[in-house]
Design a protein around this ligand. Structure first.
Ligand SMILES: [Zn+2]
Length: 193
């Protein structure tokens, strides 16, 4: 590793430790020419491929920006968003690929966001899954209600009264794998313009 101070091409590692909870390694290096020290970070490459074909580094901050919009006015804390972004990164990294589609990032957001706040989830899903009509919302809400019924923990959820259209046979899987996914216009909410 080249020294950033004197441009000497050789340095030695004087300390090496895990960072980002094991996702990265931080190394302290000393230049063998000028003796000054600097730090390097090593982590598995993860790039996001946008619909335009361009790629950019995966960014938790971008995930948070996208999700925060959907969370406006909702009782969601910054800590919750940080944790969500962490889970999203874990999910997309677990594919093992160095490059993932923006759609995959959006899909990875749906699950944790749904656990966090159902209204924010519906907002996000309506953009990500390109809801086109009330019927799309009804299917999504029915899926939420069906799951709430199974776990019985969200019995008093505010969504419970907002739709009585579709039956409980429409599970959550139907939403995330539904026909809209193929037509989804990229990850507008999460990846920005
Ligand atoms: Zn140097």
């Amino acid at each position: 590793m080249r020294c950033p101070f004197c441009r000497h091409s050789d340095s030695r590692v004087v300390d090496s430790r895990e960072a980002e909870e094991g996702a990265a390694i931080r190394r302290r290096r000393a230049c063998s020419e000028c003796g000054r020290r600097f730090t390097t970070m090593e982590e598995a490459s993860l790039r996001v491929r946008k619909r335009s074909g361009a790629t950019e580094p995966f960014s938790r901050a971008k995930v948070i920006v996208g999700v925060r919009k959907a969370c406006q006015g909702r009782p969601v804390r910054s800590d919750d968003l940080a944790l969500l972004a962490e889970r999203v990164e874990e999910t997309v990294r677990s594919s093992g690929s160095a490059e993932v589609a923006a759609e995959d990032v959006g899909r990875a957001i749906l699950g944790p966001l749904r656990e966090l706040d159902e209204v924010a989830y519906l907002r996000f899903a309506s953009v990500y899954l390109a809801f086109e009509s009330l019927a799309d919302f009804e299917v999504a809400i029915a899926a939420l209600r069906a799951d709430a019924g199974q776990s019985s923990e969200a019995a008093g959820a505010p969504l419970a009264e907002s739709s009585r259209a579709a039956g409980p046979e429409l599970g959550a899987a139907g939403l995330t794998r539904g026909p809209h996914l193929a037509a989804a216009p990229g990850l507008r909410a999460a990846a920005g313009p």
